[in-house]
Design a protein around this ligand. Structure first.
Ligand code: PLP
Length: 403
């Protein structure tokens, strides 16, 4: 027993599923087991050279002092221009944009500015499991909005929101493309969502971190872009982590009406004064340069997605769901008649491949596995061999083992 009497709020915090499983992976690897990980959402492509060069130039120019807490003006202007170019959205870089340390702090600052004590945050189920902890940290609680699977695709509909709504104004937190399920919400779905939000006076926090990874000719639409009214109640959260393979640079941004951005800045200043100045210069370079690298990355990840789906087809009781965007294939394993956690455990211990159980993302994810194609090449091929073999063994009646 230690001597620390920890703050009660800590009891509501949990490590993400990825971090929990990583501990097990390290332990097994320490025992000499060979594991292939198809778990993480970290692109394996390097940050494009022109972005790295911009950071080096900025460092050489001595851009190492405290940043403007709102974000360096050049980067805020680059973000405003990007949102105009991609979504037709106009934001004032001086008042309506905030630079954050990745989307993680963007979401955290938005929740900090909006969540009331014991207040609800409406959250789709299943969804990225790192949202629940900051909601708890700010004293709020999750009101789950169950997703429905229609035609092999997870969707949200108005009825789901109506059923889980309890009080107003409860912030709604969504992400599109949607981690883990891979749905890219269509304009019609977003109009529906924003209609509900307007009717119940709910602000919307929209995490759009996978926006550039959309497949088969789809286009990402921001909820803020569906109407002028929608823009007024939406906080757009984004980062350069996935789009430019910059996960370790810790740089992202938010856009929204002046009042909420001002409140978020106050929240953010209590934990961060923004990403390093030279990192912000590199981020401005990324957003201002030609965007060919994004098309190349999307084509590469689409090819990997196709490979995962192709390799996992034809196993009895197993059906890969084709994602419209993002870095993950959800695999429907309900036909195996075992829980997703048991199946993951078996796959890790008996087949040597690490994937995540869908239930880690909420009860609505039960019956699925999340397979990442963020790693490609040899890793993906070896991982898929092991996954196929492990799932086939289960389909043929192999017993689950726990050792
Ligand atoms: C939906 C979603 N939002 C946010 C993040 C974290 O973003 P960042 O690296 O910009 O903090 C992730 C990382 O996997 C994610 O999947």
């Amino acid at each position: 027993m230690g001597c620390w009497s920890l703050a009660d709020r800590v009891s509501g915090l949990r490590p993400t599923a990825v971090n929990r499983i990583l501990q097990q992976v390290r332990q097994l690897e320490g025992e000499g087991r060979s594991l292939v990980s198809l778990m993480r959402g970290q692109p394996d492509t390097p940050t494009p050279t022109h972005i790295v060069e911009a950071a080096i130039r900025a460092l050489r120019q001595g851009r190492t002092g405290y940043p403007d807490n709102r974000g360096e003006p050049d980067l805020r202007r680059a973000v405003a221009e990007k949102l105009r170019r991609d979504q037709g959205l106009a934001y004032d870089p001086d008042r309506e944009i905030l630079i954050t340390d990745g989307a993680t702090l963007g979401v955290c600052a938005a929740l900090g500015a909006l969540v009331q004590p014991r207040g609800d945050v409406m959250l789709p189920d299943p969804i990225y499991d790192a949202y629940a902890a900051p909601i708890a940290l700010w004293g709020g609680q999750v009101a789950p909005v169950p997703a429905r699977v229609r035609a092999g695709r997870f969707t949200l509909d108005r009825r789901g929101f109506e059923d889980s709504w309890r009080t107003s104004p409860a912030p709604i937190l969504v992400n599109t493309p949607w981690n883990p399920v891979g749905t890219v919400l269509s304009r019609e779905e977003l109009v529906d969502l924003m209609g509900f939000a307007a009717e119940h006076d709910c602000p919307v926090i929209s995490d759009e971190i996978y926006e550039s990874l959309v497949y088969d000719g789809r286009r990402h639409v921001s909820p803020a872009a569906v109407s002028a009214v929608a823009r007024e109640r939406t906080i757009v959260v984004n980062s350069l982590s996935k789009t430019y393979a910059m996960t370790g640079w810790r740089v992202g941004y938010c856009a929204g009406p002046e009042e909420i951005i001002r409140a978020m800045l106050l929240v953010l200043q209590q934990s961060s004064r923004g990403p390093a100045t030279f990192v912000q210069d590199a981020a401005a370079c990324a957003l201002n340069s030609e965007q060919d690298c994004l098309r190349r990355m999307a084509a590469e990840y689409q090819a990997r997605r196709d490979r995962v789906v192709e390799r996992l087809r034809g196993i009895p009781g197993v059906e890969p769901m084709v994602p419209e965007g993002g870095l993950f294939v959800m695999v429907d394993i309900r036909g195996l008649g075992k829980s997703s956690e048991e199946v993951c455990h078996f796959l890790m211990r008996a087949a040597g491949v690490v994937v995540l159980h869908g239930a880690a993302y909420g009860p609505g994810g039960e019956g699925t596995l999340r397979v990442s194609f963020a790693a490609g090449g040899e890793t993906l091929e070896r991982g898929l061999d092991r996954l196929r073999e492990g799932l086939t063994r289960l389909a043929n009646g192999a017993r689950l083992q726990s050792s």
